[in-house]
Write a protein that binds this ligand. Structure first.
Ligand code: IVH
Length: 672
């Protein structure tokens, strides 16, 4: 029986609507209708197609996957799928540009199409008469595998391109990938269900595209960006790559919005640097940028080597995730006695630096990761973030796993370890523990505290180990002779250090207070205390009730401050330090509210007219908090040259951004 026209129309309309919502949801990340409504549209379409035998290969119902294949069909690429030459520094990009200009015997600046190098899997899509008829992996570049059944499940990929005429063929190539959000939610589910976690988005995408059963692929929210065109018949395409991208986009094919046309290699280098800075803010992983000569005629003139075109170059960014092995776990004792597990790693180059150890924070983190000594792990270092272990891989391959146990007693002094709160453990000995002593001296001498130039961590260890100092007060009793007698210390360095120690005596009360290392009293709290009380004595004698009136000080911090100052040893230490000549200028108290009270500032990039520590101190003096990272709570970002991911994040969140000049004007006005 013929299918009624009304049904046919409804089917067409449903397909149109579903594809529209697919695009909104997957490519634009801006769904218009709830998932349940979408599911209802799809269910209705499935029902109609089933009942009237209307299913077609380009219907969105095909995206849910189909019966498994026995094996992949081989596909021979009509044009080989080449790979890219790679460089990893700016000079090499420059050399690339020089090389091709020489080959072209033309000095004129070249126009390049610059694009992110998305970390996924290359595929080729063949559209015949506008219909997606075949999708293939790159394989060895000559022969790939037919993965049409899987690619059809990707909502970004149009199954039919309406704008394309009958009698045409076009092969579009691009990268299939899994976004960061999709990856995180897959792994969250795997963790919840106790199934195997996925190593990284790239591997997950590669695995998903090579499934014989496309119903498995359909469960992974893959995406795609097109980056080139292969064979074509019956088309008159533009002669510049950037315009081809615009054409593909107008047909509904996904192309990367981060692409940009740049004139001359310097602008391309700039593009690469900016992209690198924004890397973490992107919704998908990239491993570099790709530069392609924009003019197809020039591309043709330049031709190709055995494996790669001469007109393109990949600029590789440092890998942010690498796998390595946990060789051991040691327990470090901090300034206030906290016992922190630290993983010793087989050194690995990741995110631009060599990482050989990384903090595991606490015992809970170890159980969360399910980590044992000898396990292989993924280490991540993104931007300037501290490297961390993100997950264990191939746990079953660790043939001699060793459990990580909290030591029975403090590894530095043997005292009892006590539990402190939910997850922390602490050495009970206090300042008599040599590890705590060393850490508190390092803290005292550090830049944000007494700022004793030349008294770094190694030297503090040496001085304590050789019994030249026991407490911070001993620093001021050191002599040039004592220092000069140390290994690797010359007379000149000893003299310089003594001068630096001498200079540190002229300090500010906030620095001194911070240097004392009172638990949970950071730079900002020290500043608030000084602003509130004006001098040290009233802080020493303040009771809990009074302390809690100070901006930034809650009951717990108040108790820590109180505990510190009722301890006779601490009072003796302060007297000792003052006797050795430590002085600070009188401070006026501010009982009125401060101009920037409660505001959160972030400093990023290089400040050229004042040191960062000074900018921070000025902000804190006005009542602002200075945070290390940008979040929705940030009020203002001060960005100097070379600002990277923090600036990008601020732009993304629409946070006010000012430059150094504007910052200095603001401070000057508010401090008047
Ligand atoms: S162009 C002849 N553009 O990187 C040029 N490749 O080794 C062929 N890739 O196999 C590639 N993003 O999988 C190009 N914007 C982009 C890319 C890109 C990622 C991958 C692609 C290719 C590999 C190069």
């Amino acid at each position: 029986m013929a299918v009624p026209e009304k049904i046919k129309q409804e089917v067409l309309e449903l397909r149109r609507q579903i594809e529209h919502h697919n695009r909104l949801y997957h490519s634009l990340d801006a769904p218009e209708i709830p998932d349940a409504d979408y599911d209802a549209l799809l269910a209705r379409l499935e029902a109609l197609e089933g009942a009237h035998g209307l299913a077609t290969s380009d219907s969105p119902t095909q995206r849910v996957g189909s019966e498994p294949l026995a094996k992949f069909r081989q596909v021979t690429h009509e044009l080989a799928m080449l790979s890219l030459d790679k460089v990893s520094n700016e000079q090499a990009l420059q050399d690339f540009d020089t090389r091709i200009k020489k080959r072209l015997a033309d000095e004129a600046p070249l126009e390049y199409s610059c694009e992110p190098k998305v970390d996924g899997v290359a595929v080729s899509l063949l559209y015949e008469d506008g219909l997606l008829t075949r999708a293939a992996t790159r394989g060895d570049g000559i022969t790939g595998e037919d993965v049409t059944h899987n690619v059809k499940t990707i909502k970004d990929v149009p199954l039919r391109i309406e704008a394309i005429q009958k009698g045409t063929r076009i092969e579009v190539r691009g990268e299939i990938f899994l976004g960061k959000k999709g990856f995180a939610s897959l792994n969250a589910r795997a963790e919840r269900e106790g199934t195997k976690v996925f190593v990284n988005p790239r591997n997950t995408a590669a695995g998903a595209i090579r499934q014989l059963d496309s119903r498995n692929t359909a469960k992974i929210p893959l995406q795609m960006y097109c980056y080139s065109v292969g064979v074509t018949t019956g088309f008159d395409l533009p002669v510049r790559l950037s315009e081809i991208f615009d054409t593909l986009a107008s047909w509904g094919l996904p192309v990367n919005p981060e692409r940009s046309t740049e004139l001359g290699i310097a602008s391309c280098q700039d593009y690469c640097m900016k992209l690198l800075a924004r890397r973490n803010a992107l919704e998908y992983e990239i491993d570099g940028a790709v530069l392609k000569v924009n003019d197809l005629e020039i591309q043709k003139q330049l031709g190709q080597n055995a494996k790669s075109p001469r007109w393109a170059m990949a600029y590789k960014f440092p890998a942010e995730e690498k796998s390595t092995k946990v060789l051991d776990v040691e327990f470090q004792v901090g300034r206030t006695g906290t016992i922190t597990p630290v993983a010793r790693l087989d050194p690995v180059f990741v995110g631009g630096v060599t990482v050989s150890n990384t903090t595991l924070h606490n015992m809970d983190e170890i159980s969360r990761l399910g980590l044992r000594i000898g396990d292989s792990v993924i280490v991540r270092r993104a931007g300037d973030v501290i490297p961390k272990i993100v997950r264990v891989i191939n746990a079953e391959k660790n043939k001699k796993p060793k459990a990580i146990k909290l030591p029975a007693s403090c590894p530095a002094c043997g005292s009892v370890i006590e539990k402190d709160g939910e997850v922390l453990y602490r050495c009970s000995a206090g300042i008599t523990c040599p590890a705590q002593r060393k850490e508190s001296i390092k803290h005292f001498a550090s830049r944000a505290a007494m700022d004793i130039e030349g008294l770094g961590d190694k030297l503090v260890e040496q001085l304590v180990d050789e019994a030249l100092i026991e407490s911070v007060a001993d620093i001021y009793r050191l002599s040039i002779e004592q220092l000069a007698s140390l290994e690797r210390m010359g007379a000149k360095s000893a003299e310089n250090l003594i001068s630096a120690i001498e200079r540190s005596k002229q300090t500010g009360l906030p620095r001194f207070l911070f240097a004392l290392g009172i638990r949970e009293v950071g730079e900002a709290t020290a500043m608030s205390l000084v602003n509130h009380y004006g001098d040290l004595l009233p802080i020493i004698s303040a009771d809990l009730e009074s302390l809690e009136q100070v901006a930034d000080v809650g009951p717990i911090v108040a108790q820590h401050i109180r505990n510190f100052f009722i301890n006779k040893d601490n009072l003796k230490l302060i007297a000792d330090l003052q006797k050795s000549g430590i002085r600070w200028p009188q401070v006026e108290t501010t009982s009125t509210s401060l101009a920037l009270q409660g505001q959160i500032y972030v400093l990023t990039g290089t400040l050229e007219r004042l040191p960062r520590s000074e900018a921070k101190a000025k902000l804190q003096a006005l009542g602002a908090k200075v945070a290390g990272s940008v979040s929705r709570n940030t009020d203002v970002v001060v960005a100097g040259p070379g600002a990277g991911s923090k600036l990008a994040r601020a732009e993304e969140l629409g946070i006010k951004i000012i430059n150094e000049g504007e910052f200095l004007d603001l401070i000057a006005t508010l401090s008047e």
